[in-house]
Design a protein around this ligand. Structure first.
Ligand code: ZN
Ligand code: FE
Length: 255
């Protein structure tokens, strides 16, 4: 029985995710922007919340953690390096550590940049990675705490996962990201097609997540900073990958 993943829209543009395993009956939540929609999604399916996985300390990702933990007795897992500013953790995980969740191994990846201590959760059995505000659909998180080289290392780590990995990011920012991406690669046919699909999905009120890593590699400008043709088009021929990434990130900040 495959793991089921349910997207739970929260607040104005956040996503939380439920991952459920029928064999164990376990259900894990990734991030808790608010309690009500998550409780409703659990109740609708008759699922029991067993684990809460926390990606980073921003309030729009942790607001509901304590209440959900108290209500369900769920185990809370987050980054060891961020224990001082996360809700109380039952399991503090380090980069590269594997923990069993929903009866399957989940690997914690440090993907610092948006914050220092931001983690992603890779679930090989589900071909899924929960990236929150690191790698996002057609974008990446703003650099509030980390540096561009740090985020480039984080994105490269995610880009090394299998191409058919689904990318579950933390926000519905894809339409705006698409508009920006087209300023970097106006002639990228895959990007143009994806931008149209994204506009269509949003017009119908559908989420644009998850995407696959293969799609992101073909269309996300932040993952494409190492491409010689992209460097050339930015007038940065021969520049270091991380410097090209920094230039693209800077342009997005001013977009
Ligand atoms: Zn954030
Ligand atoms: Fe966020």
């Amino acid at each position: 029985m495959p793991l089921q993943i349910v997207t739970v829209p929260c607040l104005s543009d956040n996503y939380a995710y439920l991952m459920h395993d029928d064999a164990t009956g376990d259900t894990a939540l990734v991030d808790a922007p608010e309690v009500a929609p998550i409780e409703a999604a659990l109740a609708e399916r008759g699922w029991r919340l067993t684990d809460i996985l926390v990606t980073h300390h921003h309030h729009d990702h942790i607001e509901g953690v304590d209440a959900l933990r108290a209500a369900h007795g769920a185990r809370v897992i987050g980054a060891a390096r961020d224990v001082h500013r996360l809700p109380a953790l039952d399991l503090a995980a380090a980069d590269g550590e594997t923990v069993e969740v929903c009866g399957t191994p989940v690997t914690v990846l440090d993907v610092s940049g948006h914050t220092v201590g931001h983690i992603a959760f890779h679930v090989p059995a589900a071909k899924a990675v929960f990236t929150a505000d690191s790698l996002m659909a057609l974008g990446c998180g703003r650099l509030f705490e980390g540096t561009a080289p740090q985020m480039w290392v984080s994105l490269s780590k995610l880009a090394a996962l299998p191409d058919d990995t689904d990318i579950y990011s933390g926000h519905e920012y894809t339409a705006a990201n698409a508009r920006f991406a087209l300023t970097i690669e106006p002639d990228n046919a895959a990007l143009k097609a994806r931008a149209e699909a994204v506009a269509q999905a949003r017009a119908e009120g559908r989420p644009t997540v998850p995407s696959t890593l293969a799609e992101e590699k073909a269309t996300n400008p932040f993952l494409r900073a190492a491409l010689p043709a992209l460097k050339d088009s930015l007038g940065m021929s021969g520049a270091a990958d991380e410097d090209v990434f920094a230039e693209i990130r800077g342009r997005k900040d001013r977009f």
